[in-house]
Ligand binder design. Structure first.
Ligand SMILES: Cc1cc2nc3c(=O)[nH]c(=O)nc-3n(C[C@H](O)[C@H](O)[C@H](O)COP(=O)(O)OP(=O)(O)OC[C@H]3O[C@@H](n4cnc5c(N)ncnc54)[C@H](O)[C@@H]3O)c2cc1C
Length: 399
């Protein structure tokens, strides 16, 4: 009953109802996000098991065209899909094969690459991580130095990637590597697919401040990669990698995480008996009003895209505002919890069981990844406000 069926025949409301029913019947209750784990994520075997269930039932890859095994949903139905995941408390999964590599291959990959990799992404036979950043090449990504030198039918790769999320859970890595030197450093970069089992690769986990081993360093020592693993043209990887950035920033700007943090804020104020404290309730009201405003802005931008617009540079605003609001909310939660806010691990506050330190620490990097907020502000200053480069730099400093 709650399988997708013929999507073309479903209204948006029917689609919502059907997906909601399927999630209610199928998502394991013990894995739900709740006030204890409002930002809960799934990774490794648990993530693969859930994604396979989603795939078998026909609910996987909402944005992929149907000819490649996706659901081919309109942008509006994709929004509903994500809203329903949040509504059901489905834990977040970083599935870069589905969200980044698949769409990139569909747009820029060869027929052989599409035929081989896309079904393996959907079935989770291959799990992908993103190898872009390097020591010295984060915001200034075009300075990357990991090299790929062509030798016959292969590239020989040497260098190092860093901050590679979930590399230890992954079977493959999609990388940006330097294949040539040109006056403009964005040229001479290529997009290469690499099997993490290849001889010469070492993956070393890094534990973050929340205690999660979610990043890795990935070292390449004379790694031989078949030339057929190049996506797009040689030296044109920058264009390949940038193709999907606008849509990525829309999803990253979702108000959902801030919404969960606000729910917890209300619970904490109630459980701590602070509802009569004007200092606390003023701050809470300000946060709630800011989230309300942000939801309206998010809906406006999403509506424009759903009506056929392309995400423009103004989507940088979403990521900046949502991530900084999340900082403010998690800081508020920690502060009102007073001494309980300093506990690392689970703590009981009245009737609520929660882990405030983990939430505070997991909120910090949201302003850094997918283009640091300072970089997004720079984009906004130049391309949306039309400030000249010098004025843009000054406004950057003020912010
Ligand atoms: C949680 C998380 C997950 C990540 N996952 C991945 C991943 O899977 N794969 C991957 O490749 N990378 C990943 N990254 C890396 C991420 O892309 C980089 O951290 C990011 O691009 C910033 O680069 P950096 O850390 O080198 O900092 P830097 O670029 O050195 O920046 C340091 C500070 O200087 C500021 N700054 C830099 N340049 C300018 C400028 N021109 N104007 C004004 N301010 C500036 C920055 O905003 C920042 O505050 C991840 C990062 C995080 C935090």
């Amino acid at each position: 009953m709650s399988e997708p069926g013929n999507l073309d025949l479903l209204s948006d409301d029917q689609f919502r109802e059907r997906f909601r029913a399927w999630l209610a019947a199928n998502y394991p209750a013990e894995l739900r996000q709740d006030s204890h784990r409002p930002f809960r994520r799934l990774r490794g075997d648990a993530a693969v098991a859930w994604l396979r269930r989603v795939q078998e039932a026909g609910w996987r890859a909402p944005a992929w065209p149907r000819e490649y095994g996706g659901m081919g949903l309109s942008f509006r139905k994709q929004l509903i899909y994500h809203e329903e995941l949040e509504h059901a408390g489905v834990a977040r999964i970083i599935d870069l094969g589905e969200t980044q590599l698949g769409p990139t291959l569909i747009q820029c990959g060869s027929e052989a690459q599409k035929a081989h990799y896309l079904p393996r992404i959907l079935s989770c036979e291959d799990v992908w991580c993103q190898g872009y950043s390097e020591p010295g090449a984060g915001s200034d990504l075009a300075s990357l130095r990991t090299s790929a030198v062509r030798e016959g039918d292969e590239f020989v790769v040497n260098g190092q990637k860093i901050w590679t999320t979930h590399a230890t859970d992954s079977t493959h890595i999609f990388t940006l590597v330097r294949t040539g030197k040109f006056a403009k450093k964005q040229q001479g970069i290529s997009f290469l697919l690499i099997d993490l089992q290849s001889p010469g690769i070492t993956v070393r986990p890094i534990v973050n401040l929340a205690g999660e081993d979610e990043f890795c360093e990935v070292f390449f020592d004379k790694v031989r990669v078949p030339a057929s693993q190049l996506v797009g043209e040689i030296d044109q990887g920058w264009t390949v990698a940038k193709a999907l950035l606008g849509y990525e920033r829309i999803w990253i700007g979702s108000p959902a995480l801030a919404g969960k943090a606000l729910e917890l804020a209300h619970t904490l104020v109630r459980e701590l008996g602070l509802s009569g404290d004007a200092g606390v309730t003023d701050r809470l009201a300000q946060l709630a009003a800011d989230l309300h405003d942000y939801r309206l802005l998010y809906a406006e931008i999403c509506d424009a895209v759903a009506d056929g617009g392309k995400p423009g540079p103004e989507v940088s605003m979403l990521k900046v505002y949502a991530s900084e609001l999340l900082h403010r909310l998690t800081e508020f939660n920690q502060e009102v919890a007073a001494e309980s806010g300093g506990i690392v691990g689970d703590t009981r506050i009245g009737g609520a069981l929660t882990d405030l330190h983990w939430q505070l620490m997991m909120a910090r990097p949201v302003t850094i990844f997918a283009g640091a907020n300072e970089i997004q502000r720079d984009i906004l200053a130049k391309t949306v406000l039309g400030l000249p480069a010098e004025a843009a730099a000054k406004s950057q400093i003020k912010n």
